[in-house]
Ligand binder design. Structure first.
Ligand code: ADP
Ligand code: MG
Length: 351
C-alpha cells in the first residue's frame, strides 16, 4: 500500500443469508473485492442495480461489516469500528435533513454534537453555505427548498466536520436531468476546492465518466475494471464493461416488429450480439437482424461495430478480438452482415 491510499479493500466479501419461501440461500452482495482509492480522488463505484455498490459504501461508512476481508482507512483496519469512530461522512439520495430544524441548524448539527462554541459554529456554517452557493438560506426550513437546494444543504452538513472521506450514494438520482448535469459540475468543483476524497456511487455511466478521476465498474458483486474514464471507455477489459460503458441498444416500433414479431420496445446489450456473414443460418432460439456495418472502432481487446439495420435503426455490437487483428476487423466496414442474439437476452422495457 502506498502512503497516499485513503481506502483499501482487501479481499472483502459481504454475504447475506436470505430466506425465500421455504428455501434459504445466500447473496454474495460483494464478492472478494480488492481495491485502493487514493487520498483526494474523486472515485466512482459504477454498476447496474444490485451490483454491490451500496453495500460497499455502507461497509466503508461502518453501517455494515464485511463477512470476510478487511477495510483500511488511511492504513488503519477499521473493519470492526462503528460509524462514529471513522472519519467519514455520507450523503444519501433522500437528503435525510431534519425537517423541524432550519437550514443553518441542519448544517451546523455536527458541530453542535461536538459542542463547538456558537460563534465558531455560525462562522463555519456560513462558510459551508457559501461553498454550496446558498448564502442567506440559514433561516429557511428544508420544506421551503427545492430538491437541488436540499441536496446542497445535505452536502454542506456532511462537509462541515471536514471528514477525510465523503461517501455519496446516488446523491443526484432524484433530480431532473438538467439540474443533475448542473449539480455534477458543481459537485466536482466543490470536491476540488475542499480536496476531500469523494466516493461516489452511481448507475449512470455518463455521470461517472464526467465527474470521476477513476472509476470501478461493478458487476454482480465483483469489480470488472478500475481505471480513468478514458481507460474504461476506450479500453474496456471485459465484455461487460464494453457493453455497460457506452451505448445501450434500444429497439422500437417497426424495427422491433421485424425482429421479434412484436412492436414492444426492447433493449439488447452490445456484447450479447454476434456478427455473422449475411447468409448465415441462425438457430430458432435466436433473434436475427440484417444490416450493414457503418463504423468499426478497434479497442484492442474488443471491437465496437455500428451496424445500420435494413429498414432503419442502428445497433452497436461489441465483440472480443480473440483471433482478429485491427486489419481484420477494419475489413468488415461497409459489409453486409447478419446479427444474432439469444432471445432471452432481449429485455422488454416499459409497456
Ligand atoms: P447496488 O447498490 O449496486 O444497487 P446493493 O449493494 O444494494 O446494490 O445490493 C447488492 C446485492 O445484495 C443485491 O442483490 C441486494 O438484493 C443484496 N442485498 C443488499 N442488502 C441486503 C440485505 N440487507 N439483505 C439481503 N440482501 C441484500
Ligand atoms: Mg444502491
Amino acid at each position: 500500500m502506498s502512503d497516499n491510499t485513503a481506502i483499501e479493500f482487501r479481499d472483502v466479501s459481504r454475504v447475506f443469508s436470505v430466506k425465500h419461501e421455504n428455501q434459504s440461500g445466500e447473496v454474495r452482495a460483494v464478492d472478494n473485492v480488492s481495491l485502493q482509492i487514493k487520498d483526494g480522488e474523486f472515485f466512482s463505484l459504477l454498476g447496474p442495480s444490485g451490483s454491490g455498490k451500496t453495500t460497499s459504501l455502507r461497509m466503508i461508512a461502518g453501517f455494515d461489516r464485511p463477512t470476510s476481508g478487511q477495510i483500511l482507512l488511511y492504513g488503519q483496519n477499521v473493519s470492526s469500528l462503528p460509524p462514529y469512530a471513522r472519519d467519514v461522512n455520507t450523503v444519501f439520495q433522500d437528503y435525510a435533513l431534519f425537517p423541524h430544524m432550519t437550514v443553518g441548524e441542519n448544517v451546523a448539527y455536527g458541530l453542535m454534537i461536538k459542542k463547538v462554541a456558537r460563534a465558531e459554529r455560525e462562522k463555519r456554517m456560513d462558510e459551508m453555505l457559501d461553498l454550496v452557493q446558498l448564502p442567506g438560506f440559514a433561516g429557511r426550513k428544508p420544506l421551503q427548498l427545492s430538491g437541488g437546494q436540499r441536496q446542497r444543504v445535505a452536502l454542506a452538513r456532511a462537509l462541515i466536520n471536514h471528514p477525510k472521506v465523503l461517501l455519496l450514494d446516488e446523491p443526484l438520482g432524484a433530480l431532473d436531468l438538467k439540474l443533475r448535469q448542473q449539480m455534477q459540475v458543481e459537485l466536482k468543483s466543490i470536491q476540488q476546492r475542499v480536496g476531500i476524497t469523494f466516493i461516489f456511487v452511481t448507475h449512470d455511466q455518463e455521470e461517472a465518466l464526467t465527474m470521476s478521476d477513476r472509476i470501478a465498474v461493478f458487476n454482480q458483486g465483483k469489480i470488472e475494471q478500475v481505471g480513468t474514464p478514458a481507460e474504461i471507455y476506450e479500453h474496456p477489459q471485459t465484455p461487460f464493461v464494453a457493453g455497460f460503458v457506452g451505448v445501450s441498444n434500444l429497439v422500437t416500433g417497426p424495427v422491433a416488429k421485424r425482429i421479434t414479431n412484436s412492436d414492444r420496445t426492447f433493449s439488447i446489450r452490445p456484447e450479447k450480439i454476434h456478427l455473422a456473414a449475411s447468409s448465415a443460418e441462425i438457430d430458432g432460439d435466436m433473434y436475427a437482424a440484417d444490416g450493414r456495418v457503418r463504423d468499426v472502432i478497434y479497442l484492442g481487446l474488443y471491437t465496437r461495430y455500428l451496424v445500420e439495420l435494413d429498414g432503419g435503426g442502428d445497433l452497436v455490437v461489441v465483440e472480443q478480438n480473440l483471433k482478429t487483428t485491427s486489419m481484420d476487423v477494419m475489413k468488415v466496414k461497409s459489409q453486409n452482415v447478419r446479427l444474432f442474439w439469444k432471445k432471452e437476452h432481449a429485455r422488454y422495457v416499459g409497456g
